[in-house]
Design a protein around this ligand. Structure first.
Ligand code: NAP
Ligand code: MG
Length: 481
């Protein structure tokens, strides 16, 4: 039996969007020297939400200069003084959480249920966590009297705009660095609201600078000669370009890139719970998740049983208005991303996989892709090797644990994995043999600021979160200063 749901739209009146947005440099909102703007749209309606300043290389330079100036005093503050600011930011994020969630959903297309219950609470948790570290840096693992690196250039993607900002900014500030951050072109608005929060928290001018723009702005930041570190989250392709650009300089680099995670289901797994984990693994945030469980590896003996539970469950997913509190799957972030998903899904048909699509109705305007599952997938198919970054699951089978491990590791990526089994010993044995930075057991897509996150192989290097996340922003100091 399915239930009828009356619409339950969240009000957008809590947030006021500036029609024309400036850059945030040296503690103030200023016009871009370029004088150019680009538009950001709501992917669920294609409505233009606002104009955003396009930062040129000169604007990026002004931001780096402001960050360098601020570094002198910010790095000299005691850890407990820096903690007060970071803690204040965390509190304001909580106070303005509804505003942040609504803005994130409007600009990104993700369901309000997720921005309200997952993204924004995790953002606040990140700032709280690193506020706690600011006066304990000698325990961060780089030895006594650790020192900040200086000015950090940070470039983030569109799938978790505010959360990726938090992962970058919170540890950098706790460690005493100053930052220039470039959000993704399609999702700048929550970063600009965060800039307002920095003003509200009276964060010293220049400690955080936000330069909006597209890939060229990111390139100008990464290539700026006066930054000491680059922190990038995004595609493996751009990550590779950045690694080349930074090679031979003194800049430190961390890269959080793509993934093609295996979600492995053994025949003794609790199947109802597993079905929920599969849904969380690939349909959370429309599958726009670097660590998504996009390859389902199912033990052959339970394949049919599991699929007969999965399909009816997927039919219940409500796809549509992201501002509706009942919505499970929102809009695809951009027309460009939708095109990529179609192209890869079509390759699944062409290469002989069998497509199942939810019969859910899709809205007439905006960018949408119904929950989709491919079975009969073989390891050589593009849908089994390439990151789709959409609500598309590829199902493969295995007979023995060794075969599951071989198939799971047969990928150029190594970001995350999931294991479903009733046996703790099997979980530990399999986990030890998987080449993935994060492994979930009988759950999926769980995040916590205390837990390090990052990849192997083409998923990048460096860790974000927890104590390990601080190491990327510190260098060893002198033992007796
Ligand atoms: P992307 O195209 O690599 O873009 C990421 C960011 O880099 C954006 O801000 C982008 O600007 C900017 N950029 C583009 N070209 C650049 C260049 N040459 N130099 C410097 N910056 C440049 O990735 P995306 O499509 O936005 O995001 C999806 C990817 O991110 C997926 O592959 C996903 O797996 C990965 N991701 C990884 C993690 C992780 O923690 N491992 C987390 C989330 C996402 P524009 O947006 O303006 O083009
Ligand atoms: Mg947008």
């Amino acid at each position: 039996m399915t239930f009828e749901y009356a619409p339950a739209p969240e009000s957008r009146s809590i947030v006021s969007i500036n029609p024309k947005n400036k850059l945030f440099i040296g503690g103030e909102f200023i016009d871009a020297k370029s004088g150019e703007y680009f538009q950001t749209t709501n992917p669920a309606t294609e409505e233009v939400l606002a104009e955003i300043s396009l930062a040129s290389a000169k604007d990026v330079d002004a931001a780096v200069v402001a960050a360098r100036k601020a570094f002198k005093s910010w790095s000299k503050l005691s850890g407990s003084q820096r903690a007060k600011y970071i803690y204040r930011i965390a509190r304001i994020i909580q106070e303005r959480s509804r505003e942040l969630a609504v803005l994130e959903t409007l600009d990104n297309g993700k369901p309000i249920r997720e921005s309200r219950d997952v993204d924004v609470p995790l953002v606040a948790a990140h700032f709280f966590h690193y506020a706690g570290w600011a006066d304990k840096l000698e325990y961060a693992g780089v030895g006594p009297n650790p020192r900040p690196l200086g000015v950090v250039g940070q470039v983030i993607p569109w799938n978790f705009p505010l959360l990726m900002l938090a992962w970058k900014i919170a540890p950098a500030l706790a460690a005493g660095n100053t930052v220039v951050l470039k959000p993704a072109e399609t999702t700048s608005l929550s970063a600009l609201l965060f800039a307002e929060i920095c003003q509200q928290a009276q964060l010293p001018a220049g400690v955080v600078n936000i330069v909006t723009g597209a890939g060229e702005t990111g390139k100008a930041l990464v290539n700026h000669p006066d930054i000491n570190k680059v922190a990038f989250t995004g595609s493996t392709e751009v990550g590779r370009q950045i690694a080349k650009a930074v090679a031979g300089t003194n800049k430190k680099l961390t890269l959080e890139l793509g993934g093609k995670a295996a979600n492995i289901v053994f025949e003794d797994a609790p199947l109802d719970q597993t079905v929920e984990g599969i849904v969380d693994g690939i349909f959370f945030n429309q599958g726009h998740v670097c660590c998504a469980g996009s390859r389902l590896l199912v033990q052959e003996s339970i394949h049919d049983d599991l699929m007969s539970l999965l399909y009816p469950r997927l039919e219940l997913l409500r796809v549509g208005d992201p501002m509706d509190k009942n919505t499970d799957v929102g809009a695809i972030n951009s027309a460009e991303q939708l095109k990529k998903i179609h192209e890869l899904a079509n390759s699944g048909d062409e290469q002989g996989a069998v497509r199942w699509t939810s019969s859910c109705p899709l809205p007439g305007t905006g960018f949408w892709f119904a929950p989709t599952v491919f079975t009969n997938v073989s390891q050589s198919h593009r849908i089994a090797t390439e990151e789709i970054f959409g609500p598309v699951l590829s199902v493969l089978t295995f007979r023995t644990p060794d075969e599951a491990i071989d198939k799971a590791n047969n990928t150029p990526y190594g970001l995350s994995a999931g294991i479903w089994s009733d046996k703790g010993s099997r979980i530990l044995e399999v986990a030890a043999k998987l080449r993935a930075g994060v492994i979930w057991a009988n759950t999926f897509n769980k995040f916590d600021p205390t837990s390090p996150f990052g990849g192997y192989k083409e998923s990048g290097y460096g860790r974000e979160g927890g104590r390990q996340g601080l190491e990327a922003y510190l260098e060893a100091g002198v033992a007796h200063e």
